[in-house]
Design a protein around this ligand. Structure first.
Ligand code: MG
Length: 203
């Protein structure tokens, strides 16, 4: 199982980090050891002083595929979840300045908490799903999949031109604006529509 993620997929988030809007999707990996399930806590890593949350909708691939046509991409995932793309922003910033990969900033242990999955059939319109994140009960991020630059289907089609997708692979689909730091003791909760899906305590 592999975890793929797309960066810079929501315009307002691109602006808040002073990034350029990319011509093609920015794709990166997280290793399977980044996955955090069952609402387990995240221990604040020693190597960063600027740990950021990014709430994202996560797709689960249900079928082996490569060179997937965008029109058929919807057949390759059947469940969605909400996840947090934890980022060591200070390490990422250094990597960005030097043009180096984001692997350690994005792929450390526990950097990918993911909620339980729900069938995509539950949603009338996959391009109109609200999701949000609270910290200690206060809302910090609110997004809608209609605001994505690249849709779920476009992301799957794009990635599969380079990398074979396999059953069980996860794809983080990008974060809306409002990212920021967390501190030890914070409790993060992530929602799809108004349903609480995920809780992560920072220890
Ligand atoms: Mg992200």
């Amino acid at each position: 199982m592999k975890i793929l993620a797309i960066g810079r997929n929501y315009t307002e988030h691109i602006k808040e980090l002073n990034n350029e809007t990319p011509d093609a999707p920015v794709i990166f990996f997280k290793p399977d050891s980044a996955l955090l399930v069952n609402n387990k806590p995240l221990y604040y890593p020693e190597f960063t002083r600027d740990l950021h949350y990014e709430v994202e909708i996560v797709l689960k691939i249900c079928k082996h595929g490569r060179h997937i046509d965008p029109h058929f991409a919807h057949k390759y995932y059947n469940e969605i979840a909400v996840g947090i793309d934890f980022t060591a922003r200070d390490i990422q910033q250094k990597a960005k300045e030097k043009g180096l990969p984001w692997t350690l900033a994005k792929g450390f242990d526990g950097s990918a908490p993911v909620s339980r999955f729900v069938s995509k059939e539950k949603f009338e319109d996959l391009a109109n799903i609200h999701f949000s994140l609270t910290i200690d009960g206060k809302e910090r991020q609110r997004g809608n999949t209609g605001m994505m630059i690249h849709s779920f289907d476009q992301i799957i089609a794009y990635i599969s031109q380079f990398i074979t997708l396999k059953k069980g692979d996860l794809i983080f689909t990008g974060t809306p604006e409002g990212v920021g730091p967390v501190q030890i003791g914070n409790t993060l909760e992530a929602y799809i529509e108004n349903e609480k899906m995920l809780e992560v305590e920072i220890k």
